[in-house]
Design a binder for this molecule. Structure first.
Ligand SMILES: Nc1ncnc2c1ncn2[C@@H]1O[C@H](COP(=O)(O)OP(=O)(O)OP(=O)(O)O)[C@@H](O)[C@H]1O
Ligand SMILES: [Mg+2]
Length: 211
């Protein structure tokens, strides 16, 4: 069992705390905030309570997302824009999902959101975003909405490679295992459109509704 007692997370989101793996500086461990699942269940309307607590667990939904049709191969091109997934592990503060920690030299990679706030919509980031969209279209990778704080930037030579660290999968109602390519194309196109509208919204001071 991995001991995370007293370890400080390097980041946290609304759902999970993220730790550097104590035995491997290139792996990330994500643990759901304690009490979160109970709180979610308590506040759901009665008809949603019929769904199990598991269906709201981001770590378990992520595991299913990594099993999607498009990712059932070892082709490095398919994985180019994804943090790798190493499964679930037990820690002293609860179950964790273990993934590749994206870094540049020895620092945890910055998010697209922090890059955009610091530098704006530069030519280099525009190019990275275009390459990322080409990859989504070519491989038909299903994601939830692509929000800049869930994408991090890996620098390789002079390129910036966008990596998804959160949000793989699909909006809850879509059956992941057996989608058609026709459906996936439309779905991916809509995620790209919404990603751009989210970026415009972030850059314009977040006025109104981003969708
Ligand atoms: N594999 C990783 N490599 C580098 N940084 C990461 C990685 N995973 C997460 N992070 C950082 O930690 C932050 C929080 O992680 P994550 O988005 O997985 O948490 P979450 O609680 O599921 O998020 P949300 O609030 O979007 O539900 C990310 O925004 C990112 O900055
Ligand atoms: Mg997140």
């Amino acid at each position: 069992m991995i001991d995370l007692n007293g370890v400080t997370p390097f980041a946290e989101g609304g759902n999970r705390r993220c730790f550097v793996h104590p035995n491997n500086p290139n792996r990330c461990l994500k643990v759901i905030h304690s009490g979160l699942l109970q709180t979610i269940m308590k506040n759901k309307p009665w008809y949603k309570k019929l769904r199990s607590a598991e269906s709201f667990d981001d770590n378990l939904r992520e595991r299913d997302a990594y099993n999607q049709k498009a990712l059932r191969n070892d082709n490095s091109e398919t994985w180019k824009h994804l943090a790798k997934w190493y499964g679930m592990v037990e820690t002293t503060i609860g179950a964790a999902s273990e993934t590749e920690l994206i870094k540049n030299e020895n620092l945890v990679a910055e998010t697209l959101e922090s890059y955009l706030f610091a530098n704006g919509f530069t030519d280099e980031i525009k190019l990275s975003i275009e390459q990322f969209h080409d990859w989504l279209r070519k491989n038909l990778i299903l994601t939830k909405n692509l929000i800049p704080h869930n994408l991090v930037l890996k620098r390789v030579n002079n390129d910036i490679i966008i990596k998804i660290v959160d949000g793989l999968g699909s909006q809850a109602f879509i059956p992941l295992p057996d989608y058609s390519n026709f459906f996936a194309k439309r779905y991916v196109e809509r995620r790209i459109e919404l990603m751009m509208s989210r970026i415009r919204w972030d850059l314009s001071g977040r006025v109104g509704n981003w969708k």
